[in-house]
Design a protein around this ligand. Structure first.
Ligand code: NI
Length: 175
């Protein structure tokens, strides 16, 4: 396994529409393992392949909660070609962040519950109902596969402000 570099706003690759994974090959498994390691290292709870510059419909996630001792048993999950097949009319609001938009958090409103269909690493097609943080996280990550970022849901004023901040920072880093 290896930690890969996470691309940061305003990297244009974040706007690509990722391609379906045709087959779960050894290469796909390795990518999923690397993404999990990269996500844990960051640390973050979800990562889309495009965030490590791979335009494939692949997501990793771990929403394991800390126990009373502050320790966490990892629950790594991999979603291949995930899609939302149903969503609730009821909405909920969560404060979101993104490893490609570091240290920036804003509240986003999304459907409170969704039904997600995906393929696992064994090539099995699975459908699950998601709610709470899981629902928010899977919607956020599937957005990445379509080139959509959580800042797209903010007011134009807020979005312009964050775009400007990261564009400036990228320029400074490149100087
Ligand atoms: Ni993100």
């Amino acid at each position: 396994m290896a930690i890969r570099e996470i691309i940061i706003l305003p990297d244009k690759q974040l706007r690509l529409v990722s391609k379906p994974v045709e087959k779960v090959t050894a290469e796909i498994r390795r990518l999923a393992e690397d993404m999990l390691e990269t996500m844990y290292d960051a640390p973050g709870i979800g990562l889309a392949a495009i965030q490590v510059a791979q335009p494939l419909r692949l997501i990793t996630m771990d929403l394991a909660k800390r126990d009373e001792n502050g320790e966490t048993a990892p629950k790594p999950r991999v979603f291949i070609n995930p899609e939302i097949v149903a969503k609730s009319e009821e909405m909920s609001v969560y404060e979101e962040g993104c490893l490609s938009i570091p240290e920036y958090y804003e509240e986003v409103e999304r459907p409170a519950r969704v039904r997600v269909r995906f393929t696992d690493l064994d090539g099995k097609v699975i459908e699950e109902d998601a709610e709470g943080l899981y629902a928010t996280c899977i919607q956020h990550e599937i957005d990445h596969l379509n080139g959509v970022l959580f800042v797209d849901y903010l007011s134009k004023l807020k979005r312009d402000r964050v775009m400007k901040k990261f564009t400036k920072a990228a320029k400074r880093a490149g100087e």
